[in-house]
Design a protein around this ligand. Structure first.
Ligand code: PGA
Length: 253
């Protein structure tokens, strides 16, 4: 059985004080929720303060990216080791906004995922097609290419700390969500590819999150699909009440 994992990706939102206010509310409201793993991904400058505030809570502190090298002359970058030092336990890598606006390639995403795992973090590897790619019938081919790069050099033993997030680019921040059936089709495909890359046991253990306009009103239907094991939530993670409702929708059974 896979424990669903719901992560709030705060993107470029919230000061340190605002981040602390939100995690304090989440801690209070999610204290009793069982059977779901939860994480938040603040901006780097708030990461340490958020991790400190979450000490003793099961809510994980995640980074929105990491660099592939541990240290060196890489002005402006943050390494996985520095994220761990600040109290982070997961890194999101390959988010479509990184691929689209910052030039992240599938090969680079694989390097980042390997660096995160080597530093003891979990890695959330994002994949997903654009609208033109979907309309051109290339969804599964695009996801395959992104998975091949993102998983390269990763061993099956990393399965518990490896998460794939399927985020169709046309559904991110647009209010347009994939239907549960559309998402399930791609999730099942991803799980089959995971089995080819890492073996059936690892594929059965790896959580595959859906992301793209997840809201309290659609979370239950999406998370009810057999291969959807949680959510990567952008806009709706910025308000405690919406995020808590999504987490509650992810409870098994
Ligand atoms: P959204 O973002 O929920 O605002 O669509 C999801 C994401 O980019 O991770």
């Amino acid at each position: 059985m896979r424990t669903p994992f719901v992560v709030g990706n705060w993107k470029l939102h919230k000061t340190i004080a605002e981040s602390l206010a939100l995690v304090t509310e989440l801690k209070n409201q999610l204290g009793a929720v069982k059977g779901v793993a939860v994480g938040v991904a603040p901006v780097f400058t708030a990461l340490h303060a958020v991790a400190k505030r979450l000490e003793g809570s099961p809510i994980a502190t995640c980074a929105q990216d990491c660099h592939w090298e541990a240290s060196g002359a890489w002005t402006g970058e943050v390494s996985a080791g520095h994220i761990a030092d600040a109290g982070g336990t997961w890194a999101i890598v390959g988010h479509s906004e990184r691929r689209q606006f910052f030039g992240d390639t599938s090969e680079g995403v694989g390097k980042k995922a390997r660096a995160a795992l080597a530093a003891g973090l979990g890695a959330i590897v994002c994949v997903g097609e654009s609208l033109a790619e979907r309309d051109g019938g290339r969804t599964l081919a695009v996801v395959d290419e992104q998975l091949a790069g993102g998983l390269s050099g990763i061993a099956a033993a990393s399965a518990p700390r490896l998460v794939i997030a399927y985020e169709p680019v046309w559904a991110i921040g647009t209010g347009r969500t994939a239907t549960p059936a559309q998402a399930q089709e791609v999730h099942a495909h991803i799980r089959a590819r995971l089995a080819e890359h890492l073996g059936a046991d690892a594929a059965g253990a790896i959580r595959i999150q859906y992301g793209g306009s997840v809201k309290p009103s659609n979370a239950e239907a999406l998370l009810g699909e057999p291969d959807i094991d949680g959510a990567l939530v952008g806009g709706a993670s910025l308000e405690a009440s919406d995020f808590v409702a999504i987490v509650k929708a992810a409870r098994p059974g």
